[in-house]
Design a protein around this ligand. Sequence first.
Ligand SMILES: Nc1ncnc2c1ncn2[C@@H]1O[C@H](COP(=O)(O)OP(=O)(O)O)[C@@H](O)[C@H]1O
Ligand SMILES: [Mg+2]
Length: 256
Amino acid sequence: MDKFVIEDLTVQYSDGAESLRQISMAIPANSITVLFGPAGGGKSTLLRTLNRLNDLADVVRISGKVRLFAADGSSVEVLDRRTDVIALRRRVAMVFARPIVLPLSIYQNLSYALEMAGERRKPVLDQAVERSLRKAALWEEVKDRLQDPAAALSGGQQQRLCLARSLALEPEVILLDEPTSGLDPISTNKVEESLQELKQNYTIILVPHSIQQAARTADQAAFFLQGDLIEYRPGKEIFLNPQDRRTKDYIEGRFG
Ligand SMILES: Nc1ncnc2c1ncn2[C@@H]1O[C@H](COP(=O)(O)OP(=O)(O)O)[C@@H](O)[C@H]1O
Ligand SMILES: [Mg+2]
């Protein structure tokens, strides 16, 4: 089943050329789709378009269609002005490169959004906190110190806490923009492992921090170069046998 269907998406910021040019791609549910390529290719712009974070940026022109599908086959047009952006962002969560933990306890970092949404029942909050920590592969490391400040966690733990926090609101899609760029290899490995678990129940769209990470994680991968989608194929095929010369050159490290 497709989770997103993108047709002819063009995005242009106020001060430059098009950052995405006529992008068309379908993003399947329950798998990891990787967006890779050199800086400036439009990867972050695409992620931000999928949950309308671009509304906050200096976008002068956006055209095309982006449909988000629910399990029952119904869909919403993401770019439609009438679309409920709050509801959309609940369904499509974003995890950023730098973990941004709240100056609160580990527990409160996870219960906060639910409490804001009106949930007051302690057992329900406890359960949600444990469930999201387990999903982010962090539970075992923090279960005995949930009241400690989140800021005391290591960088890798903070990033998994951010992942857990986005899971607490039970989204359908998780967008991750270079989530492991500041992490050591062991923490990176843990994040990648939890993504492999999560893809069974979520749609994951990942901008990796390296080609190696792209190759390790991708069920399908899309190569972006200066606003163009050059090649989009199953991970096993694109990294072993790229069809486009530019994809091949990039994968082989001929340009960065
Ligand atoms: N908020 C913004 N305002 C203006 N230009 C932007 C903004 N964000 C990105 N761009 C431009 O859009 C292009 C694509 O950027 P980006 O989506 O960040 O690429 P990537 O994530 O692949 O590095 C770049 O030329 C960048 O300078
Ligand atoms: Mg980026």
